[in-house]
Design a binder for this molecule. Sequence first.
Ligand code: HEM
Length: 113
Amino acid sequence: MIAGIYSRYNRVLHVRIMSLAMIWDIILILQIELSRSAILKASRAVTNAMALNVHVTIAVTTVVFYGFMVYTGRKLLAGDREIRRKHRILGYSTFTLRLLTFATSFWAVVPKE
Ligand code: HEM
């Protein structure tokens, strides 16, 4: 995603990198859930339920924001110049949310016995 922001003025590269980043991220979530039942494990492991709630809420919001990015990005590509500011603000918000998802993911780690 950093590479995608770096290449934000190269349309073809930007769209390719961001699409790959978002698809990869969603595959990662599915993989971690299907192969490790992450949600069930985490809910058992976490002593502080509030910490897990915060992590899951931020993670879900991030994916919702991916939807906003595709929507506003496609409008930009279709020539809507008005939506550029929105795409930019949403873009930096999405990136911040993804960083927060990463930071709070440590709260959901199963401790070694
Ligand atoms: C997480 C995903 C994404 C992030 C964080 C992001 C972020 C950004 C940012 C910060 C800019 C610069 C805006 C400015 O400075 O005015 C930009 C431009 C742009 N983005 Fe995205 N974007 C994302 C996904 C997408 C997607 C999926 C599309 C298309 C379907 C798209 C299409 C565009 C276009 C067309 C521009 C204008 C490029 C130009 O100047 O020619 N973006 N994006």
